[in-house]
Structure formats: C-alpha cells, structure tokens
Design a protein around this ligand. Sequence first.
Ligand code: MCN
Length: 804
Amino acid sequence: MTITDDPTTTGVIGTRLLRKEDPVLLTGEAVFANDMKVPGALHMAVLRSPYANAGLVSIDTSAAAAMPGVRAVYTGADLADEWAGPMPCAWAVTEDMLAPDHFPIATDAVHYVGDGVAVVLADSDAIAHDAIEAIDVEYDPRDAVTDLEDALSDRVIVHPELGTNSAYTWNLLVEEEEGDVQRAFDDAAYSVSERYVQQRLIPMAMEPRAVVAIPQPFGGDLTLYTSTQIPHVLKVMASLTVGIPEHQLRVVAPAVGGGFGAKLDVYAEELLCLALARKLGQPVRWNETRSENTVASIQGRGQIQHIELAADSSGRLTAVRVRLTADMGAYFQLITPGIPILGAFLYAGVYDLPKAYDFSCTGVFTTMTPTDAYRGAGRPEATYAIERAMNALAAEVGVDPLEFRRRNFIRKDQFPYEAFSGLTYDSGDHDAAATIAADLIDYPAVRAQQATQNVAGSTKRLGLGVSTYFEMCGLAPSRVLASLNYSAGGWEAATVRILPTAKVQVVTGTSPHGQGHETAWSMIVADKLGIDPADVDVLHSDTAIAPLGMDTYGSRSLPVGGVAVGMACDKVIDKAKHIAAHQMEANIDDLEFVGGSFRVAGSPGNEMPLAAIAFEAFTAHNLPDGLEPNLEAQVTYDPPNFSWPFGTHMCLVEVDTETGEVDVLKYIAVDDCGNQVNPNIVEGQVHGGVVQGLAQALYEGADYDSDGNLRTSTLADYLVPAASDVPQITIGHSVTPSPTNPLGVKGVGEAGTIGSAPAVMNAIVDALSGLGVRDVAMPASPNTVWNAIRSASSTSTSSHGGNQ
Ligand code: MCN
C-alpha cells in the first residue's frame, strides 16, 4: 500500500511543501553558534601540533600569557584535573580492542598534525590566535606513519604503550557448513580478486564547528551551544567526561550549517570550553577556522579493501570474501572503530548470496587526523567494493553488467528476505529500480553508441556505469546495536502537544542540520490530525526542551523519529476520541476521525472538531472520569528492524584519452525510500548525496605527505566540486513501502552518496576497458586517468568486451 492509498491520510504526506526552515536561512536570520552575542565571553584558540608524531619536551607559555588581552594560557598538564574521564569512544567493537587514552589536550606526546597542545583564552579571537603563536614548544619528533600497510607492519608504533598499531580485528564468518566459503572458491567457475582504496575524505560542512559554553552565575549549571548533530548524546558524554552532573548541563545545537557525519562526535573543543567556563566562571567560546577544520574535525573513509567473489557456471554468486584494513587515525573519536563494521553486512550488496560470507576488518592507528562517520559511514565503502567487483566478475563471465546484476538480484517475491547475516531485509524490488534507471538513460541506445564511438584510435570514449545498493539505515533496533557492542540505543522520542487553541507543538529528539525535519514532521502531524502544516511548530535540538533523544545520523530520523511523531499523533487522536465520545454522548466505537473532526459514523452533521476537543482538554471542565487533562502524548519508539532503502544509479561519462579528463554526460539516480513524506526534500537529499559520491570519485581526497602533513588543508587544494562541476542529475523513484513501520518509510539521507561513487568509477573503467584498463583509483583526476591509460597500454595488448 502506498501512503496515498491509505484511507486515513488527508493527503499532506507526499506533497511538495516548500521547506519552512528555509526563509531564515535564505535571509541570513538564522543564528549559528558563532553568531551568538555573548557579553564577557573569553575567546579560545588552540595551539596545534605541527608534527605528526612527537614527544612534548617542554612548553613555555610565559610570553603568550604576558600579551595584552590574554586572560589565561593552559597546557594539558594544567588541565589534567578537569577531566572525569578520557574522551569517549562509544563503540568498542571487540572485547579486546586496544584504545589509547585520549584527553582533550595532549600531555606528553602528539600523534597527528593538528593535535591540541595548549589553549589561550583572550578578549578576542584575533588576540587568542596571535597569542598561540607566542607559545614556545620543544618537540621530540618521531617518524610518522601515513600508509596503512606500513602501519600494519608496526614499523612505527603510534601509541608505544599499546605495543601495536592494530587496534582490533573484527570477523564475520557465515557458513552453512564449515569450509563453505573456501569450497565455493575452489569450485567456482568464475572468480575475481580485487583491491580498492577508499581515500580519506574531509567532510567540509559549509559551517566549520563553533562552540559557546556559558556558566550560570550560581549553582554550577552550564549551557553548551555547539554546532553538532548530537546534542542529546553529547550531553551524556560531556557530562561523563567533564564531570558535570547531567541535570546541570544543557546542550543546544542552534542553526547548524551541515554536518555530514563529522558533527556526530564529541570534540575536544566542546569539552575544553565547558571545562574552562566552569573553571573561570565565565563564558568561553571557540570558532574553528576553515584550515583548522581540515585537521581538527574528523575525516571519513580511509580503507584498503580486498574483495573476492566466486560464481558458479551460470554466473550466480556463491561466496564473498572481504579483508579490510581501516584507518582509525591517531585516536578513536566517538564511533571510529565501528565505521567499517557498519559496512560489514553490505559487502554482498543486493544479491542473493548463500551462507558463504567471510568478512574480516583490522582497524589500525596512523599518525593522521582521527577518522569517523562521513555520510554513509561504512556503507558507501561496502557498496563501492561489491559494485566494482560485480563489474569485474561480469567481465569474467562475459555478460553485460546490468544483466549480470539482474541474474543475482534478490527477487521481489523473496522479501522479507532473511540475509546470510541473519538480518532481515524488509522490502525491495531491485528489478523495478534497475528498469527505471535503464529506461531513463536509454541503456540499449547507450550501448549501441559505445559500439560505434569506442573504436580503435578514438580519443573520446564513452563509458556506462551501473551501481545498485542496499542501505542499512535507521540504525536501530537497540537490541541489535547491543549485539554489535554499540553503546547507545536506536530509539527515538516524540511528543505531540495540542495547545488550547489547537495549534500543535512537536518535540522531537532528532536534531536536523539541513534535512528539513521541521517541514517533514509538520506534514506528518498535519496529515494525521487533519490540520494545516503551518499550525505545527517543531521544537528540537535543545536538551532543555527536548530532554530525550538520539539525534540525527544514519538516515534514522524519519524511519525512527518521524515514525515516533506519527505514533504520538495516533495516541493523541485516541485520547481525543475519548473526550469526543464523552462530550457527544456517543459510543466510542461509533466514532470516526475524518479531516480533523470526530463524527458518528453514518450520522453526518454530528461532529466535533479537534480544536474544540483541545479546548475541552485544556479547561478540563467536562472530561470523562479518570482521564487526565490536556491533549498531549509522548512516544519512545524502538523500531523492530533497520530500514533497507535501495536503488540503482547509472552514469554516462566521456573520457578524453589524451588528457585523462572525465566528462559526466548523464547521471541517473533511482532511489527507493518507501513512501516519501516530501518528494522535494527527498530529491534534495539524493541530489546532495550524489554530489558527495561524485566528489569522492572525481575530485576529493585528503592527501598526506610521508611526514604526516596534510597537503590539502585549504579549499584551494581540496577540490570540493562547485555547482558548475556538477552534471545534471536525473532523479527517478520506485516506491516499495517498508512493512516495518506504519508510515511505510525508509531513510534517504545517505542513499545518494552510497550509490554514486561506484556508478561513476564503473563508467570510467567501462570507457577504458577496451584499452586494457581494469581499475582507476579515486579521485579519478585527469592525471590519474591518464596514467591508468598509459600503464595499461604498456602492460596489455589485450582488449576487453566488444569495444576496442
Ligand atoms: N524523507 C522523506 N521521505 C522518505 C525519507 C526521507 O520525506 N521516505 C525526508 C525526511 O523527512 C527528512 C529527510 O528526508 O526530512 C532526511 O531523512 P532521513 O533519511 O531520515 O535522514 P536524517 O534526517 O536522519 O538525516 C541524516 C542524513 C545523514 S546520515 C547525513 S550524513 C546527511 C544527510 O542526512 N547530512 C546532511 N543529509 C544532509 N543534508 C544536509 N543538508 N546537511 C547534512 O549535513
């Protein structure tokens, strides 16, 4: 059933309402943390290590402390007593995982360029930044380690006290009978063994981070305003780390200019501002500069992937084996070790794989900025590997990559599908999504054009890339997260409060930072209650107003938080029904709720609108015996399953073999996120997501030299695509509702990123396969593509497929 077939819907869900949060953003009225006027605030600047690995021999802060306008200078040793515990890592993926102590400021050694060494508090940002230059630090430089395989060898051990750089090895071996995986490879008619590199990416939200900590004059209460995705989780973690009683800490995420996973974290500067505001009894603020952001906020990806696929003589997958080396960076941040594990269940993609799956991941420390969640977090990496490897396998079998995928898809009639991993995929129709994408790109016509264009001597070669994906999103239920040793739950809380004049307040535990929850949640409420979405106010991102929440990441907000809002509406309607039955002297079972009013079925004219009931609930003059006044309901919803959005992306490129330049001619994204609350928002999410995947494929990469210096620490070096670099993206949809939740929705916030990088890279390799190119590294810069062509032509005289 699609939502529009649902007789209880009033038709608001599914419409293209413009986002109600946009006017304040477009007019510059929105208040970001750095916009806040805070009289008397001290400005903090952090002195950051220029070395990737060094002992701290001595720190002389006297010159900085003597500068006019400087109020205090602190080293790690000075602040040692401020911490009740180390920086939190909420995901110990194995019992024996090795974790270095990590405090907000270094004490005896630094382990990446950007590691905090000392802080200055001053009357202005400029004075604070000038003063950190005056701090004299004597370092004892040690070797850096920036190569993952080098890190695995333990040539240089980042944290000598751990004895190794290998923090953990996490395995998932699923076999019907012992030895199945090896047997499948021994018996395979076809197999491939591929190695891919996921380069590090810098999330680069438009707003760098900013923090303001304000102590109350008496009693020890503190308020933290911070550019975060996770005010609720941060409150718990900051309370534990800084030792502030949780009920005395309020965390507010004001307007947040994007996060993309990088603000799903607990950062040193948040803890420092809190601790220093408490210590000095004065507000303390910090504003991250752009180049500071490139080293002091987490980075994403950073993996070497080995994937092997086996297939039988009919080209059906029989086994998958994966070996990952994942770059943790210098320390664990909030969920660093778990990121590759989030992908562990997805290396079989959307394919019907028997129980023959062997996954193993080793997380290693390096002397670079810590890694953590970046849009998709483990799932784009997994999709990249399986989708690139499926193309390689299709070439071995000699079948068109789309046809090869169709041969292996989990069929529509197999859903709900018990996957090899024990997880249940809720719903899907991969064939339908692939067909829509193929129609939109005109697949047969493109293949025909390739045959005429990609001939010997052609310098403009066409490539068509296909990628299909499943996203495991929602990041719930809590019990499954527990089985993965994840420290938090997967539930979400919502309150729906009907005010006396029938306007509605929604309190949500999600914390939007660009996703449009105010609009979408208003639409869910309006649809359920039969009111205008403009009459709904959505309160969020302030732990004093929304005390319960699990925040926004993992494309969880709609399938968990939005569903909770819908459920709270149902509870409100149920309570209102009791009041209506009482007031109308009707049997409750005879009442129906239609278009915002209760009426006796079959008796038109006899009805009571919700607005009247809201006022009755407020005065409480005439309520049924035992019913509490007020019309308000709270739901804490822990979903029974993840939600499993899926889709097919296709990309058409033209590669100039003389310059290595890649021109994206067409991009098709067909994403199925179940019922759509607001197709405008969905398309915006897919669009932004696709651009981020495209950026990984073609432009972006955090580049470190062997001494551990980030060579791409400015926007002149780190190539975030501009609007003019982005091709037209054609968006198609199929709608396969999720049976897991009553709205039939699945998440969409990361889908575009997950589907896109492999589609682009498959297209590039497809264009060049006739020249013997089997792989091109990301980002596929002109130089990289050109070199791939040259090295293939010098090592291979063979041709692939029909295209020469
Ligand atoms: N939606 C919908 N119908 C669906 C699915 C989603 O209308 N079937 C709408 C939702 O109502 C919501 C939006 O799409 O308004 C995204 O919903 P959801 O998929 O639940 O994702 P989240 O809100 O949990 O957002 C998190 C996701 C992640 S993990 C990253 S990273 C990301 C992203 O969202 N970062 C973003 N999108 C971003 N968009 C912006 N502008 N900025 C970021 O930092």
